[in-house]
Design a protein around this ligand. Structure first.
Ligand code: ADP
Ligand code: MG
Length: 247
């Protein structure tokens, strides 16, 4: 990886809400095809970090760079462009309830990216097939389980061809028996070389798919390393404590 340019570089990221300091200088790179899992206690700033990268929160200090050190411009007029390059999937699936599954997938590529239906339809169809939802293409979200909706939300993010996708606890709201289906889809994406940053409490999954694990606490990266290093041989006391309670 020495000669590879990072896909995403986070530099000295600071975020506060009023007096509440949430991110206190976060630094890391995400390399092409890398799968980074972010773990840490509730309130440590994991969601805020992803939301800042995606432009859902303003950044108070620091920079984010995409591909070849292009500094991301988070001014309102640029946000749509930023979100085409940096996809995000949430705990709540946020599908449009009045649209079919296929309409949900086609909306942004046709309306925002101005791509042609001839080009997008085969891609959307392939993605629905990949997440095991092709037979539900004409269904409405309310007719589907949470796990099915989440798999569609992932496909909807992919159809934009983002450079990197951020996942924020995408299985936390699901019935336990639906969790595996969604994790399997993400595992599949990882195997295909999708660049991903995943916040999750699923430690087994984290071990299985991640190239690197970042442990955050109090708005800072406390420790990062390979899954073996972090899960089997954590160095920092706070990481040890967290893992003891989490596993
Ligand atoms: P995590 O995802 O690690 O659980 P979050 O990033 O959601 O942590 O939250 C970190 C801290 O920021 C929490 O204390 C939370 O209450 C606070 N916070 C998040 N969003 C806001 C907001 N919009 N206004 C004020 N405080 C917020
Ligand atoms: Mg969170």
């Amino acid at each position: 990886m020495v000669n590879t340019q990072p896909k995403l570089s986070i530099r000295n990221l600071h975020k506060h809400f009023g007096d509440l300091r949430i991110l206190n200088g976060v630094n890391f790179d995400v390399f092409p095809k890398e799968v980074i899992v972010v773990i840490g206690p509730s309130g440590s700033g994991k969601s805020t970090l992803l939301r800042c990268i995606n432009g859902l929160e303003t950044i108070n200090d620091g920079e984010v760079y995409l591909d070849n050190n292009q500094k991301i411009d988070y001014t309102p007029s640029s946000l749509q462009k930023v979100r085409q390059k940096i996809g995000m999937v949430f705990q709540s699936y946020n599908l449009f309830p009045h649209m079919t599954v296929m309409e949900n997938l086609l909306l942004a590529p046709l309306k925002v990216q101005k791509r042609s239906k001839n080009e997008v339809l085969p891609r959307a169809t392939a993605l629905l097939e990949q997440v095991g939802m092709l037979e539900k293409a004409e269904s409405y979200p309310a007719q589907l389980s949470g796990g099915q909706q989440q798999r569609i939300a992932i496909a909807r993010s992919l159809v934009m061809n983002p450079e990197v996708i951020l996942f924020d606890e995408v299985t936390s709201a699901l019935d336990p028996e639906r969790v595996r289906d969604v994790l399997d889809v993400m595992k599949d994406l990882a195997a295909q070389g999708t660049t991903m940053m995943i916040v999750t409490h699923e430690m087994g999954f984290a071990k299985e798919v991640s190239d690197r694990v970042i442990f955050m606490d109090q708005g800072l990266i406390v420790e990062q390393g390979s899954p073996e290093e972090i899960f089997n041989n954590p160095k920092e006391e706070r990481t040890k404590q967290f893992l003891k309670n989490a596993m």
